[in-house]
Design a protein around this ligand. Structure first.
Ligand code: MG
Length: 174
């Protein structure tokens, strides 16, 4: 199989006295997302999309919210662990597209920094697209009670050229 696709979704409630972290970037706001880790809803949707494409279940199976190890965890680290797993399986991210749904604050000014932070996991920055939308005032997200994110991830077999560049042998042939 040369190509696989995965879909991810996540949502978290907005509460007082929490940092707001999206795509690994701390965004100034009077509320933050509630959760066991840093509750980075965008990184969680992306990680679940990647896990889906790998056929490895879901994020909760790999990083359970009952495990104290992941309390307050940087979700970029969790994503990095799954990118490593993909590389080990001979797969690389061919494309990643994600949408954040948030009524406030304005997310667009932070998208470039999010892409930069997400690419620190090994996902090439020029293969990441992030979109930000509001819910037009409708429903719980429109009322500012929480945020949600969707992501789609395409995985491709690592090309021989890329392996040469990385100085590695093909994982399946090791
Ligand atoms: Mg989550």
């Amino acid at each position: 199989m040369n190509c696989r696709i995965g879909h991810g979704y996540d949502s978290h409630r907005l509460v007082k006295d929490r940092k707001l972290v999206l795509g690994g970037v701390e965004i100034p706001f009077d509320k933050g997302l509630m959760g066991h880790s840093d509750a980075d809803v965008l990184s969680h949707a992306i990680t679940d999309a990647l896990i889906g494409a790998l056929g490895l279940g879901d994020i909760g199976m790999h990083f359970p919210d009952t495990d104290p190890a992941w309390k307050g965890a940087d979700s970029i680290y969790l994503l990095g662990k799954m990118v490593e797993k993909a590389t080990g399986m001979g797969l690389e991210i061919g494309w990643l597209d994600a949408t954040v749904l948030a009524e406030k604050p304005r997310i667009a000014p932070y998208i470039d920094r999010m892409k930069e932070r997400l690419s620190s996991t090994g996902i090439p920055q020029d293969r990441i697209n992030i979109k930000a939308k509001t819910a037009e005032g409708m429903g719980p997200i429109g009322r500012g009670e929480g945020m949600a994110a969707y992501a789609v991830c395409m995985l491709e077999a690592i090309s021989l050229n890329q392996l040469h560049f990385l100085g590695k042998n093909h994982p399946k042939k090791q």
